[in-house]
Ligand binder design. Sequence first.
Ligand SMILES: NC(=O)c1ccc[n+]([C@@H]2O[C@H](COP(=O)([O-])OP(=O)(O)OC[C@H]3O[C@@H](n4cnc5c(N)ncnc54)[C@H](OP(=O)(O)O)[C@@H]3O)[C@@H](O)[C@H]2O)c1
Length: 316
Amino acid sequence: MKKIQFERAGLEVSNMCLGTMMFGTQVPVDVAEAELDLFLDMGGTFIDTSNNYAHWMPGASGDESEVLLGNWLAKRGCRDKIVLASKVGYDRHGEHQGLKASQIEYWCDESLRKLKTDYLDLYYAHVDDMDTPLEETMEAFDKLVKKGKVRALGVSNYYTWRICEAKHIAKANGYTDFTVNQPQYSFLYTKSGRASSTPLNLNAEDERLAYLKANNMPMVSYSCLAGGGYDDESRLPDKYVKDGRWDLLQKTAKELGLAPSELVLAWLMNSDKLPDRPTIVPLVASSRLAHLEKNLKMSEYELDVELMKTLCYSKF
Ligand SMILES: NC(=O)c1ccc[n+]([C@@H]2O[C@H](COP(=O)([O-])OP(=O)(O)OC[C@H]3O[C@@H](n4cnc5c(N)ncnc54)[C@H](OP(=O)(O)O)[C@@H]3O)[C@@H](O)[C@H]2O)c1
């Protein structure tokens, strides 16, 4: 698989990131471990988890994904080959988990314990906590970097103006900045006023893409395959707008001999060929080994600039 640099974070990552949200709950341990082995064998290095995955599943604690990953890393002895990302700040068991200094400190130690490691390569603020001063949050994250528990910081589910505020606070105080963004982003737009009314599940729009490009900040895009809806329309969540972009995607995929989901992955990974688009690493997640293998094979697929322009800028 292709490797790319996250320059400001000082990380080299595979250009696809393995999403493990459902590992140990919906995806049984044996299948999850087979997916991790396949990912590693195919040259994948970048793995995404969180301190709360997947607490909403029946009977789950929210520790399942990190615990499974920790066991796998220990069994395979491959921690040094992996760029490991986790998150803090989202709900667990319906309790709000914010981004106060005490919460960041506590949950980082918990993630390290569950993952059986003494550092995270990338630690994300999972969702904005507007009740805690951003200064407190940034200082707490910075302390983790200074202690060597975390190598780089990322931000997920924040408005662009809040990412900007965080950047200014970090700069003014000499704190480590957020250098990677993980928003929801896919080929189809979402209906306005639904997914975008709060920073939770806020779909990245053109303004965000331009901001990230201008700040040399890569995007790790979640829900990029729209729940499997590109290849099986019955799975497409209601929040997506099925306008001319849907037809463009289906038509172009057919012309290229690709499945629509494969074209979406290629389109994301070719984004930075355009002057206003950042580097984008798709988060790939599946409960089926065959789907994962198909996805990972797209890692080096090239789309030419003219086609990228058509896919990005066509208006409907
Ligand atoms: N930061 C955040 O707030 C946040 C939120 C959500 C998710 N995430 C991260 O992003 C990852 C992905 O999230 P998501 O589940 O929402 O992603 P998604 O890309 O919208 O959907 C994944 C679904 O796509 C289907 N799929 C995958 N490959 C396919 C293929 N080749 N052909 C057809 N269908 C395919 C899978 O179905 P099958 O199982 O049938 O293959 C799976 O259910 C998570 O694991 C997590 O790491 C982060």
